[in-house]
Write a new protein. Structure first.
Length: 363
């Protein structure tokens, strides 16, 4: 079946449909990962977005129930150069086409993804619509006037409190669209993880008497979640905080810094980052379209701890006085390199230090 992709600048791509049928609108972005397409598709941070994979062959090793990063995918579309109808891997359980169809996600293959990626890099991310129907172009252009969503966090956050029990440290995770591997990394370090909805108040969080609070990743503009910023402000100084991706941006806003939308963002598993304190460089997994504005950090009590080696973007922050730090990238990987797993150990050490000094204040 034929499928079409129309961008808001009028560019039309015609390819082959795989996955669901129908029509879907979203922000068209690209990801440079060579593997890990299942983890990419099930990352809640892609809520409302149409994902373009720059690697040309997708689906060749299939999908497995063990590799989900959320209970279901939230992407609005999937664009590839070529999708494999038949997978070759002993862990494979079903095809990518079956997966997309099961969750109502439209896929389009057979288009020039290199051209599309270069266009996004040149002009920035833009709205797009995928359709398997025969609607006239004028009708599709009219549909593209539909505003993009601004409630992604509310859509992907857990709706109830759930606990992964353990006898170690107790960590409350503010779920803004958390990937499962964040919880796995904490559980492997003997942490009991209590995941709570994004709009849980500081008072409710402190009732759990946590040793630390994890500010998870998530989709969209951090300024669309003002209640979370207020909660973080109330938690600062009372319990150690560790922010990842959206959690990093929210921590920055809570401390008086500002964020800005990037031209085309960072999405992939090959982004080099430098830790300023040690001079150490690591390869990181990233997925974000917003970043902390460098000039806005001046005058706050935040110190830049990490920077992107490609474009100088702020990739990490450390509070000068309080037990709080954050990174813009994904130390939990899935997919991506494991270089930054030490940051979870640093979080454990920070919680140990605060416990020894009696610095947790639940009042």
């Amino acid at each position: 079946m034929k499928a079409r992709l129309l961008l808001e600048d009028g560019t039309l791509f015609t390819g082959t449909s795989f996955g669901a049928e129908g029509q879907s609108i979203g922000e068209v972005v690209f990801n440079t990962s060579m593997t890990g397409y299942q983890e990419v598709l099930t990352d809640p941070s892609y809520c409302g977005q149409i994902i373009t994979m720059t690697y040309p062959l997708i689906g060749n090793y299939g999908l497995s129930r063990d590799d989900y990063e959320s209970l279901r995918p939230y992407a609005h579309g999937f664009i590839v150069r070529e999708h494999a109808e038949f997978a070759s891997n002993w862990r494979n359980e079903y095809s990518i086409s079956y997966f997309l169809k099961e969750y109502g996600i439209l896929g389009i293959s057979g288009i020039d993804t290199r051209m599309l990626t270069r266009k996004i890099r040149l002009h920035g991310t833009m709205k797009g619509i995928i359709t398997t129907g025969n609607e006239p172009l004028e009708e599709l252009k009219e549909r593209l006037n539909t505003p993009l969503m601004h409630d992604q966090v509310a859509r992907v956050s857990t709706k109830s409190i759930h606990i992964s029990p353990s006898f170690g440290k107790r960590v409350v995770q503010m779920d803004f669209g958390a990937k499962h591997n964040i919880q796995r990394e904490l559980v492997e370090r003997n942490c009991a993880v209590i995941s709570v909805p994004y709009n849980t108040t500081a008072e409710e969080i402190l009732r759990f008497r946590p040793d630390g609070v994890m500010l998870s990743n998530g989709p969209g503009d951090p300024k669309d979640v003002p209640e979370a910023i207020e909660t973080i402000q109330q938690l600062l100084g009372k319990v150690p905080l560790f922010g990842i991706c959206l959690g990093h941006q929210l921590l920055a806003l809570a401390c008086g810094a500002d964020t800005e939308k990037m031209k085309f963002g960072h999405r992939g598993g090959n982004h080099p980052v430098k830790e300023l304190a040690t001079g150490r460089s690591v390869i990181t997994s990233q997925n974000h379209g917003y970043a902390v504005s460098p000039d806005s950090v001046k005058g706050t009590e935040l110190t830049v701890s990490h920077v992107a080696l490609n474009d100088g973007t702020i990739e990490g922050l450390q509070h000068q006085k309080l037990p709080a730090f954050s990174v813009q990238y994904h130390p939990e990987s899935a997919p991506g390199p494991l270089d930054s797993g030490y940051l979870f150990d640093r979080f454990i050490e920070l919680m140990d230090s605060c416990a020894r000094k009696g610095e947790c204040n639940y009042a």
